[in-house]
Design a binder for this molecule. Structure first.
Ligand code: FUC
Length: 792
């Protein structure tokens, strides 16, 4: 499975309406991304000059700095009137409870943080390789990204005076060796070129033997960094200022390592390493890579990558069809006459691309999760700082991870959230008066915007900044790690303590709504409508969190008293309500649909109980499923990239595959760039991940203790096969279907237990002894055991 282009970037038909600068717009539409979780490359592949934009996940401005000695995660201790946010918080709640809604709503504006020190994800710099094209016309140009091995290739031939020259470039970023490897080869002639390795942050650049070395300090925050580019070549390599000139080469290998002194240790956020010692480290990395040699590096890379990527295979219709270049395929896709084979192949490619981007931007040892642009960024002022946005975006980045059988890739997310607890406790105390003392963990709070430096305050504007529900929401992503892998050690040591602390906090935060129900306040449904005492967004996420925590405590067989307490809290939480139009109410005082809030708003925060949570499900609450459909119809589908993907997942959860596929069609046609990156606009990677999650959900769901096969199969997906999806309970699921009907499924239990299986297509039978329930079959499997399932 490959993305490929037969024309250089300058000749591709790109979108001309630039949302950002021209350079950034060309970058986001055309480059091919490579990454190993922390090092990101953007490959242009121009014949004359190779240009590769460089990123390192930890290169950020903002946070603690010698220039900002009072840095405190954006939190305000007291405003100009000497009042603390907590005083305002208490007042806001009093006003809400006393029915003085508009006063309460306007006082919410005091519940903000500051902007100074927020910072932004940075671009590192670039590698430039000059004068690459020999004389003569270019033929057979091809730039491709092979998703099967995460290698990018650029190749073309030139002929001049009867001589044919073939150039081939191969690039990859290795996770095991933690270096980027760029190889440039020429047959039929030799290469004379000059190599530059530039910095966007005024690094000191030195050239030493065959290495270009950068070292520097980010002026905003004193973050130290170092990078090295080492040349291994059969040509002559000589230093020329801060460049390396190479002559007479047939083979050039460039090895790149980048590092910073970032560490996720609150409150310093630094390892304390100097730029000089970072230089020693990166040099050791490229030297050791050079000793191993290209073939070993490539083999290590492919072995590592395929161990993850190869777990899931997807083929809808006929995957083996010869495909046109990706830019053409994308253009043809939205035409009426586009063949089934092309349509389905592109849908599968975009699915696997989401898995590829997960592996490339989020790996086990990373200290940070993928951000709004994964790890790729060309600007020093990217949109929304390319931060960690928690009112849908970061959550969506990890929606597909587990079911797409890449659980390891969620480790950086779990680590990041765990580390936010410490600064988050300060925000909880300063803004809501709930303090943790000594070993007593009374809870942490963070909101919509977050950075690598413990930024946990609400943003500098309540209307998008305030979002306590960000905590239970992202904790659901964290808890899912256990649900899918059944890793009890991880549950006990890491996940459960996070859930337990958060329950302790919200139990203290909840107040009576005046009618005997528990709610939080003030609440704001992202990012529209009134400020209220409780809302469906916050209540649904809290309900899910308490249920997850009770379940976790059951599994671990601990905290029985707390379980009872949490159970009692769940019973008193204000429940999901259905309004006069038959809709899920977003606000409790909502009567008819559409009377409050912005029409067609992109956020569907009142439907999070449906997806990614599971409190709205067809088994227990078919009435709420019907109400969710009413609400979704009202919200419509004309929206930005990530929001289309939330809709794909939500329609899959209600079992409407045709509707999901319709949005998929629009998403591919309108919301993907030529390089298949999702746009908000501009480029925002959450849509890529949300799309992949959507396909997972259409083919297999595993909520309410059941594995549901083909829960939302579109009628246009007549036949197909998916192998290797992961279901909650740690089951690996393969499904084959033909003529729109389930042919067979193979389910392998990695952990074992009672496995309930169903499909909306009819009753099932299997090759093991089973119990038939009214809506599923139940089979007992031991670890390692498999079962074959068919329609009765
Ligand atoms: C949320 C969304 C926006 C955007 C931003 C990064 O605030 O409402 O659409 O995706 O995050």
């Amino acid at each position: 499975m490959k993305l490929y282009y037969t024309a250089p970037i300058g000749k591709l038909k790109i979108r001309r309406r630039f949302v950002r600068s021209k350079e950034e717009s060309i970058w986001e539409q055309t480059i091919l991304p490579l990454g190993n979780g922390s090092i990101g490359l953007s490959v242009y592949g121009e014949p004359e000059q190779e240009r590769i934009i460089l990123n390192n996940k930890y290169l950020w401005t903002g946070g603690p700095s010698p220039k900002r000695t009072d840095y405190c995660g954006g939190n305000i201790k007291a405003d100009a009137d000497g009042k603390s946010p907590y005083e305002y918080f208490v007042k806001v709640r009093e006003l809400f409870k006393g029915g003085e809604i508009s006063k309460a709503a306007s006082l919410c504006n005091k519940l903000v943080g500051i902007e100074d020190g927020y910072g932004s994800y940075q671009c590192w710099g670039e590698i430039n390789i000059d004068n690459l094209k020999p004389n003569g016309r270019i033929n057979d140009y091809k730039r491709e990204l092979d998703l099967d091995n995460a290698v990018c290739t650029v190749e073309y031939t030139t002929s001049s005076k009867g001589r044919r020259i073939k150039d081939v470039r191969k690039y990859f970023v290795s996770y095991p060796d933690n270096v980027a490897v760029l190889r440039i080869m020429r047959e039929g002639g030799s290469i004379d070129t000059s190599i530059g390795f530039s910095s966007n942050h005024d690094a000191i650049i030195t050239v030493n033997e065959k290495k270009i070395i950068q070292r520097g300090t980010i002026s905003d925050n004193g973050l130290n960094y170092a990078g090295v580019l080492k040349v291994v070549s059969d040509g002559k390599v000589v230093a020329d200022g801060d460049k390396l000139n190479i002559s007479g080469a047939n083979d050039i290998i460039l090895l790149l390592a980048l590092d910073t002194d970032y560490e996720d240790n609150y409150p310093v956020y630094r390892t304390g390493k100097s730029a000089e010692s970072l230089v020693e480290g990166v040099i050791a990395k490229v030297d050791s890579a050079a000793d191993k040699g290209y073939d070993t590096l490539l083999n290590n890379h492919i072995a590592d990558y395929s161990a993850l990527y190869d777990r899931v295979k997807l083929s809808i219709h006929d995957i083996n069809v010869e495909l046109p270049p990706t830019d053409k395929l994308k253009r043809i896709y939205s035409k009426k006459k586009c063949s089934q084979a092309y349509k389905r192949a592109l849908e599968c490619m975009v699915y696997q691309y989401g898995r590829y981007l997960t592996i490339a931007s989020s790996r086990e040892r990373d200290l940070l999760p993928s951000n709004l642009q994964g790890i790729w960024n060309v600007s020093d002022k990217p949109a929304w700082s390319s931060d960690f946005h928690l009112n849908v975006n970061l959550q969506m980045n990890y929606w597909p991870t587990y079911a797409a059988n890449l659980s390891e890739c969620a480790m950086p997310l779990i680590r990041y959230i765990d580390k936010l607890r410490t600064p988050g406790r300060l925000t909880a105390e300063l803004y809501t008066g709930i303090a943790s003392k000594g070993s007593e963990e009374n809870g942490f709070l963070f909101h919509t915007q977050n950075t690598p430096f413990g930024w946990t305050c609400p943003g500098w504007d309540f209307s998008w900044g305030w979002s306590p529900a960000a905590v239970p929401w992202i904790l659901h992503n964290v808890y899912e790690y256990y649900e899918y892998t059944c890793d009890k050690e991880m549950l006990k040591g890491t996940i459960y303590p996070m859930l337990k602390e958060s329950c302790a906090y919200f139990t203290k935060l909840l107040i009576d709504d005046g009618c005997g129900r528990l709610v939080t306040a003030p609440c704001f449904s992202p990012e529209h409508g009134p400020r209220t005492l409780g809302n469906t967004y916050e209540q649904s996420l809290l309900m899910q969190m308490y249920l997850d925590t009770i379940h976790a405590a059951n599994v671990l067989d601990i905290d029985s008293e707390l379980r009872k307490e949490w159970g009692a809290t769940v019973a008193k939480l204000k429940p999901i309500e259905i309004g006069e139009s038959g809709q899920i109410k977003e606000w409790y005082h909502e009567t008819q649909l559409g009377q409050i809030g912005e029409k067609k708003h992109r956020h569907m925060s009142h439907l999070l109980g449906l997806y990614p949570c599971s409190i709205i499900n067809k088994y227990e609450h078919p009435d709420q499923i019907r109400a969710a459909v009413v609400s979704m119809n009202e919200r419509g589908e004309k929206t930005v990239g990530w929001a289309m993907c939330q809709r794909i997942n939500s329609w899959a959860r209600v079992g409407d595959g045709d509707r999901a596929l319709k949005i998929i069609g629009d998403f591919i046609a309108k919301s993907l760039n030529l390089n298949l990156w999702d746009i908000h606009p501009p480029f925002q990677i959450d849509g890529n991940f949300g799309y992949t999650a959507g396909i997972n959900e259409m083919l297999m769901q595993s909520i309410s203790q059941r594995i549901e096969l083909l829960p939302a199969l579109p009628s246009a997906w007549r036949k197909g096969k998916v192998e290797g999806l992961l279901a909650r309970g740690n089951y690996v699921v393969d499904i084959e279907w033909e003529d729109g009907k389930l042919n067979n499924a193979h389910i392998k239990a990695l952990k074992g237990g009672k496995c309930r299986i169903c499909t909306p297509q009819g009753n099932l039978v299997c090759d093991k002894e089973y119990h038939a329930h009214s809506d599923c079959i139940e089979v007992e499997l031991t670890a390692g055991e498999s079962v074959e399932v068919k329609l009765k």
